[in-house]
Write a protein that binds this ligand. Structure first.
Ligand code: GLN
Length: 195
């Protein structure tokens, strides 16, 4: 099994370290020729969705990635990755304009929804399909404001949806790669294996 990790900006290294810990092979995607390698899944890290979206478009990666996901490639997006996978985004601002998007998940992300400063916090909550509570680190996090029936909500914090799955696509508002807990990544790897 080999996982592609989008490495244009943001917390990609932490995902790679976590995959290494699980003994899973991965490689970084920085340009189109990296993307053309064989892969079984894709991780889109947290960071700044406007920057990542612009780079994806400029590097010619946006359409090939969208087509691969539409073709069934498993994808896991954390935080900015959740925004990039959402069909719609609300809460854009002049400082953080609407990012170009992959837009393959039928849902609306509310961006910077917890406010600029207050958006960073740590909690624990249950996650459907995983036993026990999961540590959740939020950093200027989005949440899922609306989702179609095809989207299964997997976790909520304070009544807000913070993790979801739509077939081959998994997203979290929080950053599982920043905690030592590997269970959300293992959940994603199960989707990859089942394909
Ligand atoms: N607020 C960021 C954005 O809009 C996401 C924050 C994150 O990925 N930690 O892209």
């Amino acid at each position: 099994m080999r996982i592609a990790v989008l490495a244009l900006q943001g917390a990609f290294l932490e995902h790679e370290m976590l995959l290494n810990k699980l003994g899973v092979d991965c490689f970084e995607v920085r340009q189109l020729k990296d993307w053309q390698q064989e892969k079984d899944g894709l991780i889109i890290p947290g960071g700044e969705s406007t920057t990542q979206g612009k780079l994806l478009r400029e590097l010619g990666l946006l359409d090939p990635i969208r087509e691969a996901i539409e073709g069934g490639l498993p994808v896991f997006g954390t935080c900015a990755g959740l925004i990039l996978l959402s069909q719609k985004v609300e809460g854009n601002s002049p400082a953080a304009p609407e990012p170009p998007r992959i837009g393959t998940m039928s849902m609306t992300a509310a961006r910077n929804a917890y406010g600029r400063q207050l958006g960073s916090f740590h909690t624990e909550a249950s996650f459907k399909g995983i036993e026990g509570n999961i540590p959740m680190t939020f950093i200027r996090a989005p949440y899922i404001a609306h989702a179609s029936e095809d989207v299964e909500i997997l976790a909520t914090v304070d009544g807000r949806s913070v993790a979801a799955r739509q077939n081959n696509q998994l997203v979290t508002s929080f950053h599982p790669e920043l905690d030592m807990d590997t269970r959300v990544h293992e959940y994603f790897l199960k989707i990859v294996k089942a394909r």
